[in-house]
Design a protein around this ligand. Sequence first.
Ligand code: NAD
Length: 483
Amino acid sequence: MTKIQNYINGTYCNPETNAWLDNYDPSIGEVYSQIAESTPQDVQAAYEAAKAAFPAWSQTPIEERSRILLNIADLIEADLDTLAAAESKDNGKPLSLATAVDIPRASANFRFFGNAITQFASEAHESVGRSTMNFTLRQPIGVVGCISPWNLPLYLFTWKVAPAIAAGNCVVAKPSEVTPMTAYLLGEILTKAGLPKGVLNIVHGTGPSAGQAIVEHPGIKAISFTGGTKTGEHLARTAAPMFKKLSLELGGKNPNLIFADCNYDKMLAVTVRSSFANQGQICLCGSRIYVEESIADQFKKDFVAKVSQLKVGNPMDSDTNLGALVSKPHMEKVLSYIDIAQEEGGNVLYGGNQVTVPGLEEGYYVEPTVIEVDSNDCTIQKEEVFGPVVTIVTFSNEEEAIAMANDVKYGLSATLWSSDLDRTMRVSKKLEAGIVWVNSWLNRDLRTPFGGVKASGVGREGGFEALRFFTEPKNVCITYNES
Ligand code: NAD
């Protein structure tokens, strides 16, 4: 059975206590590999490697750092098939999705930040008449921590580590213990790409042990975290007394507003995807659909007809639309939310049940589920389910739609369907979200700021925002003699 080891100082190694956790293949519900159960000792070893690598890496010319990041991007691309198969097996997502989205995006993250760092510049402010020039020196922070979740494993892991190392930092990173495989495989690629030892150290293990040790480590000066809102709260409490720089990308409960004047066919096709892509386990999925009264009956009929065509099945089959949920506890949580919704008066229009896939009877499969509710006044409208479950609520006018969309503690993304430009501008400005997609969904340009408001997080990633996060701005003020 494969042992998923830590990657510290450019070498794969066992955890110091030699303790291992079981790692499951969710498509069959069986253990298929073992993962290092790291402790604070392993985090300390990773920290020391990172600290030792920092002086040389932070002084490595930007062109050279860029070249290495682009090498990593090329090598991920060359390993597409192996990495996609590994991601699908570890996570339960359809192989087609891992091949088309997850792994290409992991490569794109390194390529993007490998290029972006060559264009990253800072400001200068001349104090005219005072013989003074100010400039902003942007220096890497030192050793930083990156902690990522299980839903888009390599995609989100690389989204953090790529800008961190591009900016000249050295990293102690921890992928989710639920989906560690592709971050493990990345170690080999880093070595092949010529990344110097210690620049990126990957420690596996649980949040409360390895993750907590990263957040608590006094030498790790900044933490970039993506995960649940509750974990984010805990992290913020731990890191605040140490005044660490924090970037928190947290949960969502995103509204999808559908106005009668939209391009109906496009909206319908994209709404199926925005509801159920990756089994609904994308922080950006539009889990609350609000549809205008005049088209609500037609929409419900057409949406359910399309959803009923989705195939839940073996992630390896090319015609599978929804694979397995990531773990048994997660599947049970999703099913319990469906029960709660029904107890509170929700009407299941489609799905609602666990699925037994022939030959994969122990896997964690759930039907795509559509629930009609009357208002926001129920649990399913307030809490993040993070599974293949969407709700539908009807609205009668723009003000009501905006009020219902904002009536939640989260504020990650929102989607808006309308062909009226004036309306799209008005509504976009009023939605409480970090990202608003108008007439599309998950249409990403890596230069844009990415992140949420309210309980969906603090700070922004993406583009130069990420490079700003991973550098400290220092004002250098030079006064000089004019003569
Ligand atoms: P999680 O919070 O349980 O875990 C995320 C990571 O944090 C894991 O690596 C975990 O081991 C680690 N962790 C847990 N406890 C920790 C602690 N005490 N100290 C340090 N690290 C700790 O989240 P998850 O279940 O893996 O992911 C699902 C959540 O992530 C959802 O809420 C989803 O919305 C969110 N998410 C947000 C975004 C975004 O960009 N905003 C993207 C993807 C997922």
